[in-house]
Design a protein around this ligand. Structure first.
Ligand code: ADP
Ligand code: MG
Ligand code: MG
Length: 211
C-alpha cells in the first residue's frame, strides 16, 4: 500500500499482534538481563494504543496518528522502554509533519528522527546493547536503500532486516546502558530485549507497507 494513514493504522494493528504473540519471549529475554517486564510493558502500551486508535478521526494524518502512539506509550508504559519508544514515535511524527503520504525519503527521515529521539533521551551508542543496536543499522540500511532508488516498502524491509540482524548482534555484547549494564560480563550471551522488540516493530512496519 502507499504509506498514508492506512499504513499507520495497519502498522499499529500488526504491532499489537506481534507484541502480544512475543510477550512471553520478550519477558524471558528481559528476565535474563533485566527485570522481566519488557513484554508486559510493551503489551500494555500497544493495547492502550489500539484502544486510542479505535476512535482515531478518519481524516487523521500519519503524523497525528504517530503522535498519538507516542503520547500513549509515554503515559502507559512504565519502564525505560516507554519514554524511549515514545520519543521515537514523537520525533518521527514531527519529521513526517502534515504529509498525507510518505515516500522513500520521508521514510528515511521518519526512521532517522525516531532513532535520534531515542539517542537524545537515552544517550546510548551503537554497541551499548540497547534498542539503538537495532535502530541505527535500520536507519543506515534505509538510507542506503532510498539512495538506491528503492520503494518505500523496500526501504522499510531493508530497515527491518538490518534491525533483526542488529538485535542478534547484541548477544555477545556487554551492556553500557539500562538495567543490563549492572551485570557486567554476565550480560554476554543474551539478546537485548529492547533491540529484539524494536526489530519486531520495524518488521510490522514493513509488513503493513507490503499489503
Ligand atoms: P526497564 O528496564 O525499565 O524494565 P524495559 O524492560 O521495558 O524497561 O526496557 C528495557 C530495554 O530498554 C532494554 O532492553 C534496552 O533495549 C532499552 N534501554 C534501556 N536503557 C536504554 C537507553 N539508555 N538507551 C536506549 N535503550 C535503552
Ligand atoms: Mg524491564
Ligand atoms: Mg521494569
Amino acid at each position: 500500500m502507499s504509506l498514508g494513514i492506512n499504513w499507520v493504522t495497519t502498522w499499529v494493528a500488526k504491532t499489537v499482534d506481534v507484541v502480544s504473540t512475543n510477550r512471553l519471549r520478550l519477558v524471558d529475554l528481559d528476565r535474563e538481563i533485566g527485570d522481566g517486564d519488557h513484554g508486559e510493558n510493551l503489551d500494555r502500551g500497544f493495547t492502550a494504543v489500539a484502544t486510542k486508535f479505535a476512535s482515531l478521526p478518519d481524516d487523521s494524518t500519519p503524523g497525528a496518528a504517530l503522535k498519538l502512539v507516542a503520547t500513549t506509550l509515554i503515559s502507559t508504559v512504565g519502564g525505560a522502554s516507554g519514554p524511549l519508544l515514545g520519543t521515537a514515535y514523537l520525533k518521527g511524527a514531527q519529521a513526517v509533519g502534515d504529509a498525507t503520504e510518505l515516500d522513500s525519503d520521508a521514510v528515511v527521515a521518519f526512521l532517522t528522527a525516531a532513532r535520534d529521539g531515542v539517542v537524545l533521551r537515552g544517550k546510548a551508542e551503537v554497541g551499548d546493547k540497547t534498542m539503538i543496536d537495532a535502530w541505527t543499522p535500520a536507519v543506515d540500511a534505509a538510507t542506503a536503500a532510498a539512495a538506491d532508488g528503492k520503494s518505500p516498502v523496500e526501504v522499510l524491509r531493508a530497515a527491518a532486516d538490518a534491525a533483526a540482524q542488529g538485535a542478534v548482534a547484541t548477544e555477545p555484547l556487554v551492556a553500557h546502558k539500562g538495567r543490563a549494564s549492572y551485570l557486567g560480563d554476565r550480560a554476554i550471551g543474551h539478546r537485548d530485549p529492547g533491540a529484539e522488540s524494536s526489530s519486531l516493530i520495524l518488521a510490522a512496519a514493513a509488513d503493513a507497507a507490503d499489503e
